[in-house]
Design a protein around this ligand. Structure first.
Ligand code: NI
Ligand code: MN
Length: 228
């Protein structure tokens, strides 16, 4: 089964897992200054929602309503989306996993916050590990460095998607420390260069990754795809 990962800028990705479209943190052109793709052009069977901040959820409800996709997120965010008129949600919470048709999804801890754009309580922030066909893909979500990343690393990660932008999440240096704990084969950076506050030289960061870890850094351009 083929797995592809496409970056749409900021923390928005679409994965194609054996023909199933899985969109992470929908934030597309018009809302996302780094994105080129409009939400109307995106296919989704499932939407994975790491937390409630606007730079991750701005396009979730319109994408879910148009496509009928199942939204996977924490309990509070799923209730919020249901109240907006999209009932097809799958609520989870930190540490739990569920076997979806495309693979197993485990919700991981993230060290961040999660308030929703209208001020509603957004539960706890999280990340996801997708396990499918023996591959493990970790999407950290917005997070600081935390030592329990070593436990996530024990799963044997093929790909880790990590924020590197600093200010709101871990920066480039802590992301290198995270890689030492996670030990992924491949690392894809995100949550940088969307705004001046999170400007990062990704090529310089990739050099650090290669110098200090055994992971292969894959720096995607906007709308570029990596095949796992
Ligand atoms: Ni956030
Ligand atoms: Mn964010």
């Amino acid at each position: 089964m083929s797995i592809t990962i496409t970056w749409h800028g900021h923390a928005t990705f679409s994965l194609n897992i054996g023909g199933t479209a899985v969109v992470v943190d929908p934030f597309f052109a018009g809302n996302n200054p780094a994105a080129k793709t409009a939400v109307g052009a995106v296919a989704a069977d499932f939407i994975l929602q790491t937390h409630g901040h606007g730079d991750h959820i701005a396009d979730t409800v319109p994408l879910a309503k148009r496509t009928g996709a199942t939204v996977v997120g924490n309990f509070e965010i799923c209730n919020w989306i249901a109240a907006k008129g999209h009932e097809n949600n799958h609520a989870m919470n930190t540490g739990g996993g569920w076997n979806f048709p495309f693979g197993r999804v485990k919700m991981t801890y993230a060290l961040h916050s999660s308030g929703l754009p209208d001020g509603s309580y957004g539960g706890n922030p999280g990340g996801f590990v997708i396990t499918t066909e023996g591959k493990h893909i970790y999407i950290a979500g917005d997070t600081a460095l935390f030592s329990d990343m070593s436990l996530i690393g024990q799963m044997g990660l093929d790909v880790a998607i990590l924020p590197i932008g600093d200010n709101f999440t871990m920066g480039p240096g802590d992301a290198v420390e995270a890689i030492k704990l996670l030990k992924p084969k491949v690392v894809i950076p995100c949550h940088y260069n969307t705004w001046p506050l999170i400007a990062v030289d990704a090529a310089a960061w990739a050099k650090l990754v290669s110098q200090h870890t055994s992971a292969q850094p894959v720096v995607l351009g906007v709308d570029e795809t990596y095949s796992v």
